[in-house]
Design a protein around this ligand. Sequence first.
Ligand code: R2B
Ligand code: URA
Length: 293
Amino acid sequence: MSRINKQLNPENDNLFHLGFNTKIHNLEEMFGDVRVVCMGGSAHRMEIFAHYIMKILGHKLPTGLKLEDMTCKAHRYSFYKIGPVISVNHGMGMPSMSILLHEMIKLVTYAKCKDPIFIRMGTSGGLGIKPGTVVVTDNAFNESLENHYDFVVLGERVPRPAVFDKNLINYILDCHSTKDHFEVIKGGTMGTNDFYEAQGRTDGAVCEYTEEQKIMFLKKVQGKGIKNIEMESTLFAALTKYAGIRAATICVTFIDRLEGDKVSVTHDEKIELESRPQLIVGRLIKKILKIEE
Ligand code: R2B
Ligand code: URA
């Protein structure tokens, strides 16, 4: 069910952090064909992904032209449109993602996109699973291990369920090939507002708990069916569901948090690991757009 704000005026709105204004930009003409909005934390990664999607769609730029970051004038996010696919970075953490999500949901609404899908491709720390495994989130949890995200509305906490679309999850799991050299699994994800204490790390600038207390906490998290920890899924699940947008989170794990805290992958390993969710989402996009292999 869609609960898009009825007070919005599509004729007069400023998507401030994207630099689009409905008085100036005809969003329906610019974005009406969009089917999939892909998001990820880093601007660089989403530019690489945009080029990957160009290859998949068979788009070739004439010599001398390059992909343009369409929101560069707003100096906040990096945003690429490749035919029916948008590739945009959301930054780190839920406040940054929340701003982008509000404005992207308004954008696809004003553009009259038909049943667009939002995907977050990310990185995470795993819990008792082999590093490099890709996790497709079914339920997202907050730092208190609750299956909802607490929005703060007019000073009051408003919990909204943090669950993802079951059919879309299965559709994504089907994109995993037995030939892939990594596992793709379904599981719970904990989204935190901090990388260090909230994720039970002992290597932050401050820390007043012991290694034993940390492991006890992480085992409790694991006991909830949670397979990985990152910093956006709870808000992402709850806001998209509330707005009536089908969405999914698909994250690679860099480390097993039961084995340690430090992410020590090399630059090349990082690029390869980050390409795993992209590979799966590339196949998903081909299926959605009915592009032959
Ligand atoms: C995963 O990685 C980032 C922190 O290193 C954060 O955006 C996340 O969710
Ligand atoms: N991102 C996180 O938020 N946590 C990790 O452990 C790794 C990546």
